[in-house]
Design a protein around this ligand. Structure first.
Ligand code: NAP
Length: 290
């Protein structure tokens, strides 16, 4: 596939920003849109991207349009809004690739809207946070038309260490929600272990290296050690986004005991004002609420 392919990218948040940088480094011609234009302008200071003022404005000139947005509402706004992608659809036949974590229902709805214009649409959410996004080490889970996936595969290879085609529209979303259910349960489990040890006089500085060295240690426990030890919850993955994912899992039939407990914790943490902190701030919330 030629590096001259034109890519449109919508959403320059914690994840979108480093992902676009990797595309530009790989030689793709990238046009960006972000609702808050400051993020586009700041990005342009460090890399060579074109900026447009609306999603519709990138349709004319894009082979692929990627979205990396907060949630279902944001994605719908970008497709259905007054200057959204659907408002300019007739202009060009791009392939839409959504990498956000959203519901399979929203994916199927947008995929079916795209189909009416003869446009393919893939759900391609990612596992991995900001650091894997920077290092192009994301794991990408794809649903939708296989032919479109094959065309997108070389671009996805620039963003992640693997991509897997899983089947029909929404399959990627289901895989992602299952992984984040496990992620959330692990985060709450870790928080509870740290709180229990703390209650008995053992500091997180002592406990975390032991967890990390043993069988229960994981990339996640290692990644979150600094946050826990330094009590710093600057978001790499905002708690409100994990709460959103568990809400989506619940809507899609998640009714298991620990999952339900996690849901209660996250909703409580968002209500208590921890939504904009990193997801491992469940520790802070549980400390104050139990
Ligand atoms: P983020 O930093 O909060 O960025 C969200 C992006 O969505 C921003 O560009 C924001 O624009 C845009 N947005 C929100 N509402 C919008 C609307 N109504 N119209 C247009 N744009 C809108 O989120 P993130 O951490 O990059 O995560 C993006 C997605 O990836 C989420 O679905 C998340 O669940 C998923 N994810 C995140 C991680 C992680 O570790 N962070 C890992 C895997 C998957 P503004 O700048 O204008 O607000």
């Amino acid at each position: 596939m030629s590096a001259k392919l034109k890519i449109g990218w919508i959403g320059l948040g914690n994840m979108g920003n480093p992902m676009v940088k990797n595309l530009v480094k790989a030689g793709f011609d990238v046009t960006v849109y972000n609702r808050n234009p400051e993020k586009s302008n700041t990005l342009k200071e460090s890399i060579d991207v074109k900026i447009v003022g609306s999603p519709a404005a990138m349709v004319q000139d894009a082979d692929f349009i990627f979205t990396m947005l907060s949630d279902d509402a944001a994605l719908k706004e970008v497709y259905y809004g007054p200057s959204g992608l659907f408002s300019a659809m007739a202009a060009q036949k791009f392939i839409g690739i959504d990498m956000s974590t959203v519901s399979p229902d929203t994916t199927r709805e947008i995929a079916s809207g795209c189909k009416e214009y003869g446009i393919a649409y893939l759900d391609a959410p990612v596992s991995g946070s900001v650091k894997p996004a920077e290092d192009a080490q994301l794991i990408i889970m794809v649903g939708g038309e296989e032919e479109a996936y094959k065309k997108a595969e070389p671009i996805l290879a620039v963003l992640g260490k693997s991509s897997a085609y899983l089947g029909s529209s929404g399959s990627g979303n289901i895989a992602k929600l299952a992984i984040n259910l496990f992620l959330g349960i692990t985060a709450q489990g870790l928080a509870e272990a740290v709180i229990f040890a703390g209650k008995n006089g053992m500091a997180a500085e002592q406990l975390m290296p032991l967890i990390n060295a043993g069988a229960v240690g994981s990339a996640l426990t290692k990644l979150k050690t600094d946050n826990i030890v330094s009590d710093n919850y600057k978001p790499a993955f905002a708690l409100k986004l994990l709460a959103k994912d568990i809400r989506l899992a619940t809507t899609n039939g998640m009714d298991t005991p620990v999952g339900k407990c996690l849901s209660t914790t996250l909703e409580g943490a968002v209500k208590a004002g921890f939504g904009d902190e990193d997801m491992i701030a469940v520790i802070k919330y549980l400390k104050q609420s139990i």
